[in-house]
Design a protein around this ligand. Structure first.
Ligand SMILES: *Cc1c(COP(=O)(O)O)cnc(C)c1O
Length: 291
C-alpha cells in the first residue's frame, strides 16, 4: 500500500469574487504523496493490488513524454518493490525532460516506440509482443484509466463529499477516467465541471460516458481552456502559473492544473457561477515547474 497523506483544503480569496459571495476552495490532493501524487495515487491504488493478487511483479504502462501517469507508475512500482516498463510515444529526445528523468530514477525501463506503433497500444497482438519481450507483466493502459482506476476515484469523491461542502466541483481531464469516477461518486446534487486539456475537447463527453455507471445530468464539459491541446501552452499560461504561485503558494503544472485553474477563474470573472456558489477545485497533482 502506498502511503497516503490526508490533503488540506485551501481557501482562495480575492476581491474578484468575494463581492459575489463566491467561495473558492482547492483540495490540495497534490500533497497526498510526494511522488505518486493527486489522482494518480487513486488510479494506481487498486491496480497495484490487483497485480500482486495475480502474482505479477512487473508493470507495463504507456504514455507520452509528459505523462504524469508514467512518472507516478514508476514511483509506485518502486515503492511496492515491483519492476516497471514505460512504453513511451515517439523516439527518445535527449536530454530527457523532468518526467522521464523521474521515471528513470525510479528504475523504470523506458521503451520508446514510433508514433505509428504507439497507436497499437490497445491491440492484443501488440500487447502480446511486449509480454514476449519483457516477460509476465500487469498491463495498465495509457493514462492509467481502467475500471479499477475509475472505481477508486469514485471512493475519492465520497471522501471529498464527506470532508467538505460545495456546490460545484471542477476537475481537469486527460483521458476522462478521473472525472468519470468523481461523477460516479458524487451525489446528484453536486455539479461537476470537467476541463479537458486535450483536443478535440468535444470528444471528452463520449470518453467520460464510457465509464459512467448511472447516467446523470449534473456534469458539463467546458471546451474553452485546452490552450491548443495536450502539452501545449502559451506565455499567458506560464504567467498565470507564476501569479498563482505568488498569490496563493499553489504550484500548478502547464499540462493539466494550470489550464483548469485558469478556466475556473475566467468563468468566475464571466459570472458563470451564480452568486453564493461554493466551488471546489481539485488539484490533481502532477509534476510542477519546468517541463
Ligand atoms: C493524469 C492527470 C490528469 C488527468 O486524469 P485523467 O483521469 O486521465 O483524465 C489530471 N491532472 C493531472 C495533474 C494529471 O497528472
Amino acid at each position: 500500500m502506498i502511503p497516503y497523506c490526508e490533503p488540506p483544503f485551501q481557501d482562495l480569496n480575492s476581491r474578484d469574487w468575494s463581492g459575489n459571495s463566491i467561495t473558492l476552495r482547492v483540495v490540495r490532493e497534490d500533497l497526498n504523496h510526494p511522488e505518486v501524487s493527486g489522482n494518480k495515487w487513486w488510479k494506481l491504488r487498486d491496480n497495484l493490488k490487483e497485480a500482486r493478487r495475480q502474482g505479477l511483479d512487473q508493470i507495463i504502462t504507456f504514455g507520452g513524454a509528459f505523462s504524469n501517469h508514467v512518472a507516478a507508475t514508476a514511483a509506485a512500482a518502486e515503492i511496492e518493490g515491483m519492476k516497471s516498463i514505460g512504453v513511451i510515444r515517439g523516439e527518445a529526445r535527449l536530454p530527457y525532460n523532468k518526467t522521464l528523468r523521474k521515471a528513470c530514477e525510479k528504475g523504470m525501463v523506458l521503451h520508446h516506440v514510433s508514433r505509428t506503433e504507439y497507436r497499437r497500444k490497445e491491440e492484443q497482438e501488440f500487447l502480446d509482443s511486449l509480454l514476449t519481450q519483457f516477460g509476465p507483466s500487469y498491463i495498465i493502459p495509457e493514462g492509467g484509466t481502467n475500471r479499477l482506476a475509475v472505481n477508486a476515484c469514485q471512493d475519492w469523491a465520497a471522501e471529498m463529499e464527506r470532508s467538505e461542502s460545495f456546490d460545484y466541483l471542477c476537475v481537469a481531464a486527460g483521458t476522462g477516467g478521473t472525472a468519470a469516477g468523481l461523477i460516479n461518486g458524487l451525489s446528484p446534487a453536486k455539479r461537476i465541471l470537467v476541463f479537458p486539456v486535450v483536443r478535440p475537447p468535444e470528444q471528452m463527453a463520449g470518453e467520460i460516458r464510457k465509464w459512467i455507471t448511472t447516467p446523470k445530468p449534473n456534469w458539463t464539459v467546458i471546451h474553452d481552456y485546452h490552450f491548443g491541446g495536450y502539452a501545449k501552452w502559451n506565455d499567458e499560461l506560464i504567467a498565470f502559473i507564476q501569479r498563482i504561485r505568488l498569490e496563493y503558494n499553489i504550484p500548478l503544472d502547464r499540462v493539466y492544473t494550470a489550464k483548469l485553474f485558469f478556466g475556473v477563474l475566467d468563468l468566475i470573472r464571466k459570472h458563470y457561477f451564480p452568486a453564493g456558489s461554493r466551488i471546489l477545485i481539485v488539484h490533481t497533482g502532477g509534476l510542477q515547474g519546468e517541463p
